[in-house]
Design a protein. Sequence first.
Length: 379
Amino acid sequence: MRSIWNGAISFGLVSIGIKLVNATENHSISFRQIHTADGGRIRYRKVCELEEKEVTAAEIGKAYEAADGTLVPITDEDLASLPLPTAKTIEIVGFVPASSIDPLQMDAAYYLSANGVPAAKPYTLLREALKRSEKVAVAKFALRGRERLGMLRVVDDVIAMHGLLWPDEIRSTEDVAPDAGVTVREAELDLADALMDTLGEVDLDSLHDDYRAAVEAMIAAKAEGGVVPEEVPAEPGGGKVIDLMAALENSVRVAKEARGEGGREVAEVTPIKARKRAAAAPKPGGADAKKSTAAAKKTVPKKSASGADKSTATKSTTAKSTAEKSSATKSTAKKTSATKSTATKSTTARSTAAGSAAEKSTAKKSTAKKTTAKKRATA
């Protein structure tokens, strides 16, 4: 591996010549910018804005821009002349337990390699001392124009160094935590513990970047003129508030099934928004509780002690139903009879009245005939 920095570790009066190499590498897929109209590459050229012409790397230097926009030129000689003891030295300032280092401070990682045969013995001495103490070394070093903080620890048979952020570079957690009024029940914690136990440990070597693999497959398909794999639609529900207990129970079941263990029954996951607000539970011993108990006694029938009681109750219910139906039939018959009687009386009355009127009309006609006959006789 190519070294990016050469110097020495200062361990008290012991100096250990080392080479610094990157311990990590980036596997992200990079893209070029193109002109979408014709596919031409878009390139950046470094142009001097005063002369309006492109300049080479040898003609480019450093400068610090002041608050008013003034540029203050800074040369490599200016930086090299600074009284910085860590310019070419990793200076160990102390040893602390690894647990005292906040992971938030960890930055880039490097391997420290012994630079030559004379450095092998002191390098091994420091490595073994770190192993036996079960501590890490805190050091200061300068890299890429700035002084940095580092942590030295042993990885296999190599001393590794993690760059650390300075304490004042870690932001406060203020206003980041959720509302303090949120509480978690013991039952929910128990289910969360069960889920953690079921998921168990993970082999980090078995994990891989699925997104990068999908991008590589898509690029290969487009390069060969094939069909680009269709995107698998993501399941909806991001950020939806659900029944936490049911979600935990389902998670435990799925995790157990994935490990070949028997799972529980599927718990129904109900969105909280769709739930109806439950009525307030009556206080124990209060008036509401007594009313609720009385209502329950009236509404819910007592269970029969035996099958005979159930049969008797069934027969009684049937008898009552038959009696009610008979009573209803008799009542209907009475109403029908009364209606017919009323109609008959009404018809008879009408007939009598009609007969009386006819008799009166006949009498009047007879009288009129007699009168006419008398007048003719007289004449």
